[in-house]
Every structure is written in structure tokens, then in C-alpha cells.
Design a protein around this ligand. Structure first.
Ligand code: C2E
Ligand code: CA
Ligand code: CA
Ligand code: CA
Length: 276
């Protein structure tokens, strides 16, 4: 009997079993993470290159797991998507971000906007548009302060997505294409969707000083965005030397100015970051 049991598992690498178990445990824990207060947001400033001011922030979700410590969104957002937990978590993220920005407005930082990442699963959920509308109403945030980031890798039915994006635009929120240039359908997205903003992916920004190809590609993306009258954000800017290649961007986001930080830290350091 015992031998049979071993035989049955002979095709599985032990490490694979381990990974599956890890993943199942995370999945279980994620069900309770929101209610346990383990999920929170950090905010990364988006600097207006011309004025030097913090025009807006991007909300980035974090999971402080009680035993495993900090888990990156790249690790748990896919699990949230597969389990459907992205719906309650996504709603919490959106409401928390809108509430925070409204609070900054009330504290006198009255111009600041917020960018929130939307994931694929949220386009499948019941009434995404109604949810956004309700959250804007509940938090009393004027819609134009909210920008929703969508990624090119979203393999949703594009007609369905275009419909939803047009409805979201009707509410008065802005739409940004995240990780621009990395997907298969960048140009198609610009043609098909009501886009306000294009975020040049970090993979281009990273090598801009050393790789002439990236320099050329970035120039082309900026020029294209200008012709289409889109706002351009360069993300992942870490070094001052990269700025000279990004001079025609509208917004710079990256460790050069600030890492994603918690809202209290941002409030306290608002002026310091702007003076950089
Ligand atoms: P993303 O939307 O492209 O976010 C940018 C990522 O780059 C963030 O990682 C940010 O911390 C990091 N970053 C910013 N500046 C720099 C820099 O100068 N250098 C480097 N090396 N990295 C920089 P993070 O927070 O770990 O998020 C990873 C991804 O997880 C995000 O990529 C996004 O796709 C997803 N994500 C994060 N928060 C949310 C969320 O609230 N909802 C959804 N659906 N996805 C989220
Ligand atoms: Ca993003
Ligand atoms: Ca991005
Ligand atoms: Ca990304």
C-alpha cells in the first residue's frame, strides 16, 4: 500500500508541491486579509516636470501578512484575480484612495489627483461603472481628480472594455494606459479606447542613457502622445541623468523623487519632495 502511494506522486517534483501549498495558503489567507486590516495603500508622487509640483499620486496596494511579512502586489493581485477577491479588494482600494485624496484636499493640498490601477477582473465584475460612481459620491471627490490605469496585457474582449471605458469617461474620470509599449496592442488601444494619458513603461526608461534604441523609442512615444494630445508619464525614473531624455514628458514618477510611501509620510514630506 505504502509503495503505491509513493508511486502515485513520482511525477511531481517535491518543489512543485511546495509551491502549490504556498499558493493555497496565500489564497486562504487573502480571504481574511481585508477584514484583518492587512491590506493598505502606499502613494507614489507624480511630479509635473514644468512646475516641479506633485500633481498627483499613484496608489499602490500592499499586503502585510502576519507571518510572511510584506507581500508584493505582483504576487497577490493575480491570486485575487483568480479567486474573484479582486472585486472586494479593488473596491476597497478605490474607495480608500479617493478618501485619502479628498482628505488631502481638505488639508489644503487642493490640486492633487490620484491614479488607481484597475485589473482585468474588474472589467468582468458586475457594474464597475456604478461602483466607481458610488465611490466618487460617497467620498465627495470631483471625478477629474481620479485617473484609472489600465494595462495593455488585459486580454479582455476589447469591445466590452471600450464600452465600459466610455461609460467611465462619461463620469468624468481620466483613463491612463499603464506599461505603455510592452504589450502587443499599444497602438490599437490608443485607437480604440478613450485614453487621456500614456505611461511609458519602466523597461524603456531604465536603459535610456545606455541604449540608443530605448532613447529613440521613448522620443517616438512622447511625440506620438503629443500629436494625440495625451499626457505623458515616464515611470521608474531613478537617476537624474535620465531626465534629459525625458524633458518632453509631462509627468515623472520614480525613486528619483520618491518611493511609494504611506499617506502620513507624504503629507509630512510634501514640500521636500517638490523641491528636489
Ligand atoms: P505598476 O502599476 O507598473 O506600478 C509601478 C511599480 O513600479 C510599483 O511596484 C512601484 O513601486 C515600482 N516603481 C516605482 N518607481 C520605481 C523606480 O524608480 N524604480 C523601480 N525599480 N521601481 C519603481 P509595486 O508597487 O510593487 O507594484 C507592482 C505592480 O502591481 C504594479 O505595477 C501593478 O501592476 C500592480 N499593482 C500595484 N498596486 C495595485 C492595485 O492597487 N491594484 C491593482 N490591480 N494592481 C496593483
Ligand atoms: Ca500603474
Ligand atoms: Ca506601470
Ligand atoms: Ca508594471
Amino acid at each position: 500500500e505504502a509503495q503505491k502511494a509513493t508511486e502515485r506522486y513520482v511525477f511531481y517534483h517535491p518543489k512543485m508541491g511546495q509551491q502549490l501549498i504556498e499558493r493555497l495558503v496565500l489564497e486562504q489567507d487573502l480571504h481574511y486579509a481585508l477584514d484583518n486590516g492587512e491590506i493598505y495603500l502606499e502613494y507614489q508622487p507624480q511630479i509635473n516636470l514644468r512646475t516641479g509640483s506633485i500633481d498627483s499620486v499613484e496608489a499602490l496596494v500592499r499586503w502585510q501578512h502576519p507571518e510572511k511579512g510584506l507581500i508584493s502586489p505582483a504576487a497577490f493581485i493575480p491570486i485575487a484575480e483568480e479567486t474573484g477577491l479582486i472585486v472586494p479588494i479593488g473596491e476597497w482600494i478605490l474607495e480608500t484612495a479617493c478618501r485619502q485624496v479628498k482628505q488631502w484636499h481638505n488639508e489644503g493640498i487642493s490640486h492633487i489627483g490620484v491614479a488607481v490601477n484597475l485589473s482585468t477582473g474588474q472589467f468582468f465584475q458586475q457594474n464597475l461603472v456604478g461602483m466607481v460612481e458610488d465611490i466618487l459620491a460617497r467620498t465627495d471627490l470631483p471625478p477629474h481628480y481620479l485617473e484609472l490605469e489600465i494595462t495593455e496585457s488585459m486580454t479582455v474582449d476589447t469591445n466590452h472594455m471600450a464600452d465600459i471605458l466610455h461609460d467611465l469617461k462619461q463620469l468624468g474620470v481620466k483613463i491612463a494606459v499603464d506599461d505603455f509599449g510592452t504589450g502587443y496592442s499599444s497602438m490599437y488601444y490608443l485607437k480604440k479606447f478613450p485614453i487621456d494619458c500614456l505611461k511609458i513603461d519602466r523597461s524603456f526608461v531604465r536603459n535610456v542613457q545606455s541604449d540608443h534604441h530605448d532613447d529613440v523609442l521613448i522620443s517616438m512615444m512622447i511625440s506620438m502622445a503629443k500629436h494625440l494630445e495625451l499626457k505623458v508619464v515616464a515611470e521608474g525614473v531613478e537617476e537624474i541623468g535620465q531626465l534629459s531624455f525625458l524633458a518632453d514628458c509631462d509627468i515623472i514618477q520614480g525613486y528619483l523623487f520618491s518611493r511609494p510611501i504611506d499617506p502620513e509620510e507624504l503629507s509630512a514630506n510634501f514640500d521636500t519632495i517638490q523641491k528636489k
